[in-house]
Design a protein around this ligand. Structure first.
Ligand code: TRP
Ligand code: ZN
Length: 474
């Protein structure tokens, strides 16, 4: 699902990055004497995001992903059928999906078996009959084998990470194609359904709501349904031995929490505060954007970070109160409102970090002003290398460094001082409401802040977002 207001911009960006034989969109001439005839060409092999040039594809808009699979942790073997429903946004004689997963045994488009080729993470499909603009089509991909672990520019790992009792599944920024063919970019959201069959005794925990859970012949099948649009990087179907607790928040939102028994003690405080966090953030940011909430607290020591997987953040170790607050705040900022380009990552991490500061203050800890001034934040010396990275374009290696988190949160606190509390919280609420279940850019945020405050904020944002150095006046 793509917002049409952005499609023209996206297409233009794709045209700019087009390079190499697979990417160049063919400019088909109109058939002479037949101006209404389809003009078939290849969908772009990139969505045009400079941080991950292979990520995403052009020419179609995914509506729904359905993945039906079995996974056996003993062999690490997955046997899967993925069904992808999409709408063509141009007349297509070829299109790509992003896929780094195991060997494909068959691929059909609208029920017709098709030849396909693979090149790196590109899965290249040549549909016959060809597809016309506006046509809904269904791609069925069958594959089996060991899903991939993906290494990021900063050296951390994601994708399908085996654990001692299952698999830790996380995909930011580029891990989901390790196990599911996708249009892997936050600008193409879709609904998802996972049907996961795992050995009896294990639990498969996915995004959204649990539709059913059935055991027979030593295997349990879990069906998870994500009814709101989701970016592919926020998908999870994490598998392991879990203690499951189901409750509801005071506001009536269902809560599903799965905790590795070895993490129960270390996560108790964070888990106990989860409903209160959702209610606190709802009061500040506007209504919680999804039909359910929860968390997956696993044991994946080689991962070492948590991720805001939609509706249920996933933790690779015990969850602290502060990290839980951060991942839940991402449900508004990051998950419901996703970045238009990965260079906009401060819109995710700065917002979630600021929400963490707010929750600390609400919970009786340091005030946000104290945190702003601390030695991890504004208290850093002007000579520190911390200040030398441009917040609005940190580069792929620094996407998850302290720059987007700490300088991002500082930028919001500085904005709050500039426009006042009422306007600041109205900006945060409008940001969540206007872009709900969509995506937005840094330029969109600046425009909203100027509109809501009635101030020219060009100089302010220039100092905080676009310049190197420690801001001194703004
Ligand atoms: N977005 C995650 C968070 O802030 C962190 C994260 C996702 C991450 N992918 C990563 C950190 C890769 C390091 C490397 O909760
Ligand atoms: Zn974060």
């Amino acid at each position: 699902m793509t917002y049409s207001r952005l499609r023209a911009a996206t297409m233009a960006a794709v045209a700019l990055v087009a390079a190499g034989p697979l990417v160049a969109p063919q400019v088909a001439g109109a058939a002479p004497g037949n101006p209404g005839a389809p003009r078939y060409s290849a969908g772009a092999a990139s969505i045009g995001d400079p941080y991950f040039p292979d990520a995403g594809n052009g020419g179609y808009d995914v509506q729904h992903y359905d993945l039906d699979f079995s996974y056996d942790p003993a062999t690490r073997f997955m046997d899967a059928t993925a069904t992808i429903t999409a709408v063509a946004t141009q007349d297509l004689d070829r299109f790509n999906l992003d896929f780094r997963g195991p060997e494909i045994s068959s691929l059909t488009v609208n029920g017709h078996p098709h030849a396909f080729t693979r090149d790196g993470q590109e899965l290249i499909v040549t549909p016959r009959p060809k597809l016309k603009t506006g046509q809904t089509f269904t791609v069925v991909v069958r594959y089996a084998g060991v899903p991939a672990v993906v290494t990021d520019p900063d050296g951390s790992i994601e994708g399908w990470v085996p654990t001692d009792d299952g698999a830790f599944v996380a995909g930011e920024p580029q891990g989901t194609p390790a196990w599911l063919p996708t249009n892997d970019h936050p600008t193409d959201k879709a609904t998802f359904r996972f049907t996961a069959k795992v050995p009896e005794g294990l639990t498969a925990v996915g995004n959204g709501q649990l539709l059913s859970q059935r055991t027979s012949d030593g295997w349990t099948t879990f069906v998870w349904d994500s009814t709101e649009p989701m970016a592919s990087y926020l998908a999870t179907i994490t598998i392991g031995n879990f203690v499951v607790t189901e409750t509801t928040t005071a506001g009536g939102i269902p809560v599903y929490v799965a905790v590795d028994p070895r993490q129960v003690a270390g996560s108790a405080s964070a888990v106990a505060q989860l409903p209160k966090m959702i209610d606190f953030f709802s009061s500040k940011f506007g209504p919680y954007p999804f039909a359910s909430t929860g968390a997956i607290i696993d044991r994946a020591p080689n991962v070492g970070y948590a991720l805001e997987t939609q509706t249920k953040p996933v933790f690779s170790g015990a969850a602290s109160v502060s990290t839980m607050a951060h991942e839940l705040a991402h449900q508004w900022y990051g998950d419901s409102v996703s970045p238009e380009r990965w260079s906009d990552i401060w819109l995710n991490e700065g917002f979630a970090t600021y929400a963490q500061w707010m929750y600390t203050e609400y919970n009786g800890g340091a005030s946000v002003t104290q945190t702003f001034n601390s030695s991890s934040n504004y208290g850093r010396a002007a000579s520190s290398s911390f200040w030398q990275t441009v917040l609005a374009d940190p580069g792929p290696v620094d996407m998850f460094s302290s720059i987007p988190y700490n300088r991002g949160a500082m930028t919001l606190h500085a904005l709050r001082g500039k426009v006042g509390d009422d306007t600041f919280f109205r900006i945060l609420r409008e940001w969540a409401a206007n872009n709900r279940h969509g995506h937005a850019s840094t330029a969109d945020f600046i425009a909203l802040a100027e509109k809501e405050s009635g101030q020219h904020l060009g100089a302010f944002f220039d100092v905080w977002l676009f310049q190197q150095g420690k801001p001194t006046t703004w």
